[in-house]
Design a protein around this ligand. Sequence first.
Ligand SMILES: [Zn+2]
Length: 92
Amino acid sequence: MHRGPYVYVTKGSRTYHYTDDDCPVTSSILKGKKPFQRITEEQAQQMGLKLCRHCAKEYREDQVERQANRFSVYLGAVIAVVMVIAFFLLTD
Ligand SMILES: [Zn+2]
């Protein structure tokens, strides 16, 4: 999932897409099968376009993954602190 400053819009479509080839539309855009316009997400929203549901789904999953990563970093830090405390308690 790559969410850059630009989104892709295909001709005549009411949706816009992130750069993610998990989305069938973005996949054809990236393969050069569909003519597209590259605009900013802000412009797309001003034009009344909606984020494509495939891209929205991937984006949500990505957010969840990122939170999970953050949690494991946090857990690692907690374990390190506990080990340091245990070390000082055990060495007398
Ligand atoms: Zn899409």
